[in-house]
Design a protein around this ligand. Structure first.
Ligand code: HEM
Length: 515
């Protein structure tokens, strides 16, 4: 980095088209050659308040910090202004944000929490660093080229046992070194998993986030919990080693939230099943190796089979409003022979296998949804503070402060409700969770995704045109606003979940309850 010192007067002399310097936060840039190629145009740089001047305020109202971190722009820096010091710093990799409400209270200085222990804090620090070192750079590249997340990321996730941890606490973690050993398998609980969900959401690349094992998150548990030992152990090992991917195929063009309406058909034959049918909107389908598939049987019941990619199995991408890095696909099964040992659970007990997965899946999605919302709150607080309108920051407008108030209140309520549910999960066995928490989880997911959509809409209003622009200041807002409906649909649409929760409550109404 150049360290030559210039006085302000020296910098001011370079204020013409072919001899053009500007200062941004004490750093002097020679834009003489770059000015012609500047994406914002030449004329703005020749303005008398910019050319040869300190353009810090105007620079930060038009560019994200990362512009200054790109090698091609770092090269333009020729020195610093004598006697001035850099004032604006990006958050260091892995560090916590100091912006109010950018972190949940348990990570905010001065607050307390009954839920989190030291090992959660150590875990959060290490996991955020992993996300920022490994996932974010890959996410940016893959969102650009639409390819599946890089194998190197899966390898690192496998090395740290992140793939295993994403399935939550349980026996599958026994004997594993988690995150380099900073948390013991017996300590690992649902709060660690909540941390993972919230940290990964900060990537703000929703397709990539699903591409990194979203299918495994929902497709592997039925294999782990209901698979016959030989097939289960083989697949779990391959997946935990980062070598293979699973997806869950239980939605069709014919049946969405209504899984009982599946038409994909499994015919019982000697030695196994023959499967024919289709599945739609399947996350990771285009690159999955194993498909956990819900099929209708001749008896009118349902069976869940794990089908390996092979003859008769075709996948093709579906264009969605997020990136193809999620591998969302349409699957066709044409007379696919499936060995009997690939049956998960009993021959007609498939519905139970599928339903057993839903609470954990919906809770996990809620964790991600709240993490994403919080990131947007931070973006909006920063933007509203730095953006000048009519000579004052945006925050001087009461209507903007009112929108921020709504966003903050929503994300704080969602986080607190979710933490309470997570605490309950830590203290309940599977049966108790199903009994007490199915309704709560359905409600919290509905609440998270509804509030997320409100926050997305408000964020676009705060960012204006930038909130619908894929590059520049509002790029995360644009992305969030475009992809936020995924959470509201995957794992059960909002109305369906609300209805489920109310029906659960009605079942528990005391018969003699009267006003
Ligand atoms: C170190 C000096 C600068 C560099 C490296 C630089 C680089 C860039 C880049 C990469 C963009 C595209 C941003 C994006 O879409 O993400 C951009 C846009 C722009 N820049 Fe600069 N810039 C510099 C200084 C300035 C200054 C001093 C001004 C003052 C007016 C300015 C005005 C603009 C404008 C108006 C845009 C278009 C913003 C928009 O589309 O919303 N730039 N600049």
């Amino acid at each position: 980095m150049a360290s030559k010192q210039f006085t302000k007067d020296e910098v001011a002399k370079h204020n013409k088209q072919d001899d053009l310097w500007v200062t941004v936060d004490s750093k002097v840039f020679d834009l003489s050659k770059f000015a012609q190629m500047h994406p914002g145009g030449l004329s703005v740089l020749l303005d008398e308040e910019v050319a040869g001047q300190d353009a810090t305020a105007i620079f930060f109202s038009l560019h994200r910090y990362e512009v200054l971190q790109k090698p091609q722009y770092i090269r333009l820096q020729i020195g610093v202004v004598a006697g001035e010091e850099q004032q604006i710093f990006p958050r260091e990799v892995g560090a916590l944000s100091k912006v109010p409400y950018a972190e949940p209270t348990w990570l905010t200085q001065g607050y307390y929490s009954p839920y989190y222990k030291d090992h959660h804090r150590r875990f959060q620090t290490a996991f955020r660093k992993f996300v920022e070192d490994w996932m974010i750079p890959d996410a940016h590249a893959r969102e650009e080229d639409g390819k599946r997340p890089s194998q190197s990321v899966f390898d690192e996730m496998a090395r740290l046992n992140i793939i295993a941890m994403r399935l939550g606490p349980g026996k599958h973690l026994e004997g594993r070194e988690l995150m380099g050993g900073i948390v013991k398998p017996e300590e690992f609980d649902y709060f660690h998993e909540l941390i993972m969900g919230q940290e990964v959401a900060r990537i703000n690349a929703r397709g990539y986030y699903d591409g990194c094992g979203g299918g495994t998150y929902i497709g592997l548990p039925p294999i782990l919990n209901f698979g016959k030992p030989a097939i289960r152990d083989k697949i779990v090992r391959e997946v935990f080693e980062g070598k293979k991917l699973v997806c869950l195929a239980i939605t069709e063009a014919f049946a969405g939230s209504d899984v009982a309406g599946l038409k994909c058909h499994a015919k019982r034959v000697d030695g196994g099943w023959v499967v024919t049918g289709t599945q739609k909107w399947i996350t990771n389908a285009t690159f999955a190796d194993y498909f956990t598939v819900g099929c209708r049987t001749d008896q009118g019941g349902m069976v869940v089979l794990v089908i390996e990619r092979g003859p008769g199995v075709e996948t093709k991408p579906i264009k969605t409003s997020y990136s193809t890095t999620a591998g969302t696909g349409y699957i066709t099964f044409e007379n696919v022979h499936v060995p009997y040992e690939n049956t998960l659970g009993s021959d007609n007990g498939g519905l139970q296998v599928i339903l057993s997965n839903f609470n954990h899946e919906r809770w996990g999605m809620s964790c991600g949804s709240v993490g994403g919302q919080r990131y947007i709150v931070e973006e909006c607080l920063k933007w509203a503070t730095q953006r000048q309108v009519f000579g004052k920051p945006l925050t001087s407008q009461a209507v903007i402060r009112s929108k921020l108030a709504g966003m903050i209140a929503r994300v704080e309520s969602a986080q607190n409700w979710l933490e309470n549910i997570t605490y309950q999960m830590n203290h309940m066995n599977y049966k108790e969770q199903a009994n007490h928490l199915a309704g709560q989880i359905a409600f919290v997911k509905k609440f998270c995704t509804e509030t997320a959509q409100e926050t997305a809409r408000d964020a676009v209003q705060i960012f204006g045109g930038r909130g619908i622009t894929k590059t520049g200041m509002g790029r995360f807002i644009e992305h969030y606003h475009r992809t936020v409906p995924f959470d509201a649909v995957l794992g059960g649409a909002e109305d369906v979940l609300g209805d489920l929760g109310v029906r659960q409550a009605l079942r528990k109404m005391p018969k003699n309850a009267r006003l």
